[in-house]
Design a protein around this ligand. Structure first.
Ligand code: AKG
Ligand code: FE2
Length: 300
């Protein structure tokens, strides 16, 4: 029999959730947000999803899937999800594994910080096929096995019910322990079925994918990640160099300062439902430093 996902109540302790996550790589939490938060998220994000164009890449983004980012600019209720004591608590337990180093002859422990890495409302429409199974820590080019050094703990809040038929997230429990030689197979995956208001929490090294929607109503979820905060610029170049100075630089220098998005999407900005290279921001009239970055409505 295939390994299944465990469902825990929101009253579970972060330690209990971390234990399941270390074992299975994913876990479902029942009723992680209250109904006012869920309604608030729907009210704020439905109008945005209505006007967000679908993806253009048929494999990963999906041409019958809409993805809206910039969620902290678009709904205050996203903070309630991010600050859920259970999600934040379990992210701290998994990610804040101390690293040890020598400072002269002193042996020191340092605990990594956490940072929000990605935010996305994802609506999968009828007719959308399943995404290819993948690991989200590919954005960091993370190696596997991870020996317990996870780079990401992610959450997917069900905004509609998630069913196998409407494209509930597919997960291969236990696949976070696989090495990089083993390919994931669709038959190994199970659907993270859950009611609206519940959430799937998973580690960055687990194989998962958006499911196939074979029914007649869309599936809507909101995803966020906490990532290790240490793999970033030691000196924050994006905030240290004024935009007027950056605009005068050759493209190569702009990219080396961080105005770039690699093939692995690191550092993208969502615009019109797609991942945009941040360097393009420099030329956009609506982009102003200190003014909300991009307009929080859908910008065309
Ligand atoms: O929509 C989903 O259920 C998962 C989407 C996903 O894994 C992704 O876009 O990376
Ligand atoms: Fe993913």
């Amino acid at each position: 029999m295939k390994a299944q996902l465990t469902t825990l109540p929101v009253t579970a302790t972060p330690e209990a959730v971390a234990e399941i996550l270390r074992r299975d790589g994913g876990v479902i939490i029942r009723d992680i947000v209250d109904s006012a938060t869920l309604e608030g998220l729907r009210a704020d994000l439905d109008p945005i999803l209505e006007v967000t164009p679908p993806g253009i890449d048929p494999d990963f983004a999906g041409t019958a899937t809409r993805r809206a980012g910039r969620l902290f600019a678009r709904s205050p209720h996203i903070q309630t999800l991010a600050l859920s004591p259970l999600y934040l608590g379990v992210s701290q337990l998994i990610l804040q594994k101390p690293a040890t180093y020598w400072l002269g002859e002193k042996r020191l422990d340092v605990v990594p910080d956490l940072r929000i890495g990605v935010t996305m409302a994802i609506r999968i429409y009828p007719g959308q096929g399943a995404q290819p199974l993948h690991r989200d820590d590919f954005v960091f080019l993370w190696e596997h096995p991870t020996y317990g050094r996870e780079a990401r703990v992610q959450i997917m809040l069900a905004v509609s019910d998630f069913t196998q038929a409407n494209g509930a997230t597919l997960v291969i429990p236990g696949s976070h322990r696989w090495d990089d030689q083993r390919a994931p197979r669709r038959e190994e995956a199970v659907s993270a079925e859950m009611k609206a208001g519940s959430a799937l929490i998973w580690v960055g090294s687990i194989y998962h994918a958006g499911g196939q929607n074979t029914c007649d109503a869309p599936r809507t979820g909101i995803t966020l990640s906490y990532d290790l905060a240490n793999l970033r610029q030691e000196e924050n170049q994006l905030l240290s160099v004024p935009l007027e100075t950056v605009r005068e630089m050759p493209e190569q220098m702009q990219r080396l300062l961080g105005w770039t998005m690699g093939d692995n999407f690191m550092g993208y900005v969502e615009r019109d439902g797609r991942a945009m290279d941040p360097r393009q921001l420099l030329d956009l009239p609506e982009y102003r430093m200190g003014e909300g970055i991009l307009d929080s409505r859908n910008t065309q």
